[in-house]
Write a protein that binds this ligand. Structure first.
Ligand SMILES: Nc1ncnc2c1ncn2[C@@H]1O[C@H](COP(=O)(O)OP(=O)(O)O)[C@@H](O)[C@H]1O
Ligand SMILES: [Mg+2]
Length: 378
């Protein structure tokens, strides 16, 4: 029988699949414990959610009350308020259990009556009817934080707001300002904002007039360092019954541009392609398999771009570039001037197709890059 593949990607990881991050974990749980607000920022797929969930597990273990709200699918203020209230209520009810009585106790403290849904597995969900939500969503947010603080009496309380970039610009004024007011009020609760789409998060937290400026400490989550990740890969491969040398683990790490999710994805594919040894050949075979499976998606992505954007993407696939405003680059991508390049790069970055790393612009996905290179050579 083929052994179970020990590598995980595409969803938050925990326990044996979670590697390193000890400093970040210690720092984050300390902020939660001390009621300090924080921002956790990184591009998508770097491991924010994994880190936040692990920090919450530790925080709860030491007695803290911690809610987790994922705002990814929210499109209105009312929906965001419902998701936040649900997160708080689930956390508050966790130690008590979810009897009808305890849910009523939660409702008692709310100024706006939400709709309550109880799923067969006992999960409670609160939502605001759109008609009500249109003007009472802020009360609901306030009550949610109040609820957490009351439940946390003499215990530290924290509320994680994951995928915050999604709601930052919702509504006529953007939700950023509302959360600023909330954060000022939530004296005993640490609000932890987490987001990708760095340009959006930067508009919130940096520069004059940024609604969340100076409100908390910012953690820019980097990739997991090469030493830690390659040691982790070697250990996981062994767990799955296949051999991977430290040197090949490093090759794999670099081949996937060091991005945690993509490193694990490539490791998964290489494991699948290998017999007993995950060697350089298996890594290339794994990469080819990923690119083949993603080809349709990559083609659609490429086709959806404007011609000038396509030319920029094609050039960046060949190699990362620093001098994107130099005449040579403008000529190659046939763009009239530096402004046009700026606009195109900004659009591409918002879609997380390109990314700026240090002074260099590069494609955000090593697999998209490999696909493009394959097309260019064909
Ligand atoms: N600490 C970690 N150790 C090992 N792999 C990780 C770690 N953090 C993230 N990953 C990899 O990245 C993937 C995405 O992680 P996730 O937490 O969902 O990222 P994000 O929330 O930033 O998009 C995981 O499935 C896993 O493959
Ligand atoms: Mg996430």
């Amino acid at each position: 029988m083929e052994p179970e593949n020990p590598f995980r990607y595409g969803a938050p990881v925990e326990a044996a699949s979670f590697c390193d991050r000890s400093e970040e974990l210690a720092a984050l749980t300390a902020r939660m414990r001390n009621g300090i607000h924080a921002f956790v920022l990184s591009p998508r797929r770097y491991g924010k959610t994994s880190l936040l969930l692990e920090a919450l597990r530790r925080f709860r273990k030491e007695g803290g009350r911690g809610g987790y709200a994922n705002l990814l699918l929210c499109t209105t203020e009312a929906e965001a308020a419902g998701v936040v209230l649900t997160a708080v209520a689930r956390e508050v009810l966790r130690p008590i259990g979810r009897t009808k009585r305890s849910i009523e106790e939660v409702l008692e403290h709310l100024r706006v009556a939400p709709q309550v849904e109880l799923s067969p597995d006992g999960k409670v969900t609160f939502s605001l009817q759109p008609a009500v939500g249109a003007d009472r969503w802020y009360d609901m947010l306030e009550d949610a934080v109040g609820l957490l603080e009351r439940a946390g009496e003499r215990r530290p309380a924290a509320l994680v707001l994951d995928e915050f970039q999604q709601v930052a610009e919702i509504g006529p004024k953007g939700l950023g300002g509302a959360f600023k007011a909330l954060a000022d009020q939530a004296r005993g609760t640490s609000l932890v904002f987490s987001g990708s789409r760095l340009s959006v998060m930067e508009r919130l937290t940096r520069g004059r007039g940024a609604p969340l400026l100076g409100m908390g400490e910012t953690f820019n989550l980097e990739v997991v360092p090469e030493d830690e990740m390659s040691a982790h890969l070697v250990g996981r491969a062994k767990r799955g019954g296949k051999r991977l040398t430290r040197a090949d683990a490093r090759t794999l790490y670099r081949r996937a541009d060091r991005i945690p999710n993509d490193v694990q994805w490539l490791a998964h594919a290489a494991f699948e392609a290998a017999d007993e040894v995950i060697d350089a050949e298996a890594i290339e075979a794994g990469l080819a398999a990923i690119v083949r499976r993603q080809a349709g998606f990559f083609a659609e992505r490429f086709e959806s771009l404007a011609p000038s954007q396509q030319r920029i993407v094609r050039e960046l696939a060949r190699s990362p570039r620093e001098k994107v405003y130099a005449k040579a680059f403008l000529d190659t991508v046939m763009v009239a001037n530096a402004n046009a390049v700026t606009t195109a790069l900004r659009t591409l970055a918002e879609q997380e197709i390109v990314r700026r790393e240090g002074r260099q612009w590069r494609l955000a996905s090593p697999f998209f890059r490999a696909w493009l290179l394959g097309q260019l050579e064909a």
